[in-house]
Design a protein around this ligand. Structure first.
Ligand code: A2P
Length: 345
């Protein structure tokens, strides 16, 4: 197989680091690996296997000779530089929300709608992490019984807000242990003026609010699900919440389906679904938790039980490593799919 020249934009960030790790783990056929970040990181050396690669400042002409570029440096960087990477001949797999709702850009979860990736015009979007985790769990049930209604509440790890948020939680832990006063500067939204501590707390705000009182993260779960399932009639309502967990998002998902699914049927569909691991035995207190999912590729599903008040209602609890399956792994799986279809390089 021909080796591909790969660029990672945002290589020094939480998702960027994971991309580097997963490319090696999965033996993705990498020729040159070009690590790009902000000017602040230019010149920094990053260990990749037995090599050291110097980080370069991301710029319009940093993509010469690149076959595939993974973007994970925020929406504004993607908006500015993804078209430049495409002009240079690269396929862009973008982790930000910059292009997700653009009708000409496929939005892809390989377990759900891989073929959509083949229709790209240079850019393929990776969905939001909470959406990916939910849809890997819901797709087998949707295919079998058509999901009509979703009520989801998320319990999202701080690393979803980037390395600075992870560092903020760790600093608050150290401050608490040392009896020092803590300061919050990053969460819930770094760019806003008001910040709250995350240690010993739960913050019902991920991203900024709109006039309807929903956050952008909540709208992403609604609109991205409609686009990926190709069905905007599914009634979805989301509450997205930040919790003091370092890694892996959890989601309480309630669904109503067109056809009634028994718990046994749902469990059997989920057990056979790609990318899903069922972990569900209440008698043994077995259910997935963020510590189980961290560093793993699967979306873990447990607490599968009927809604005793609504005939076609079912409750699930899904947990996934949002930096891996929710971001870096999903992006690399898209590239692997293109490769397997002869559509890359
Ligand atoms: P840097 O480390 O140089 O700031 P995270 O989401 O974990 O905070 O990571 C964000 C990533 O995006 C980092 O790699 C960061 O690089 C990169 N980044 C931030 N701003 C820019 C920019 N203007 N151009 C290129 N990369 C950027």
């Amino acid at each position: 197989m021909k080796a591909l020249n790969v660029a990672i934009v945002g290589a020094t960030g939480a998702v960027g680091e994971e991309l580097i790790k997963i490319l090696q783990e999965r033996r993705f056929p990498v020729g040159e690996l070009r690590l790009l970040a902000s000017r602040r990181s230019a010149g920094r050396r990053v260990k990749v296997g037995s090599d050291e690669i110097e980080v370069q400042a991301a710029s319009a002409d940093a993509f010469r000779g690149i076959d595939v570029a993974f973007f994970s440096a925020g929406g504004s960087v993607s908006k500015a530089l993804a078209p430049e990477a495409v002009k240079a001949g690269a396929v862009v797999i973008d982790n930000t929300s910059a292009f997700r709702m653009d009708p000409s850009v496929p939005l892809v979860v390989p377990e759900v709608n891989p073929q959509a990736a083949l229709k790209h015009q240079g850019i393929i979007a990776n969905p939001n992490c909470s959406t990916i985790i939910m849809l890997v769990a819901l797709n087998p049930l949707h295919q079998a019984a058509r999901v009509r209604r979703v009520v989801v509440s998320t319990y999202q790890a701080v690393s979803g807000a980037g390395m600075k948020a992870m560092e903020e939680l760790l600093q608050q832990v150290r401050d608490y242990a040392a009896g020092r006063q803590s300061e919050a500067r990053v969460l819930p939204v770094a760019a806003l003026d008001r910040h709250y501590p995350i240690l010993f707390n739960v913050i019902p705000q991920v991203d900024v609010f709109d006039e309807a009182g929903y956050t952008r993260e909540e709208w992403k779960m609604v609109r991205e699900t409609h686009k990926i399932f190709g069905d905007s009639t599914i009634g979805i309502t989301a509450t997205t919440v930040r919790v003091p967990v370092l890694r892996s998002h959890a989601e309480s998902i309630y669904i109503e389906t067109e056809r009634r699914l028994t718990v046994e049927e749902a469990r059997s569909l989920l057990s056979e679904a790609p990318g899903v691991a069922v972990m569900d035995d209440p008698a043994q207190q077995l259910y997935p938790m963020p510590l189980d999912a961290a560093g793993r590729d699967e979306v873990f599903v447990g607490r599968i039980r009927p809604d005793l008040a609504v005939e076609n209602g079912l409750n699930l609890w899904a947990v996934g490593d949002q930096i891996r399956k929710g971001a870096a792994l999903n992006a690399i799986q898209i590239a692997e799919y293109l490769l397997s279809e002869g559509a890359l390089g």
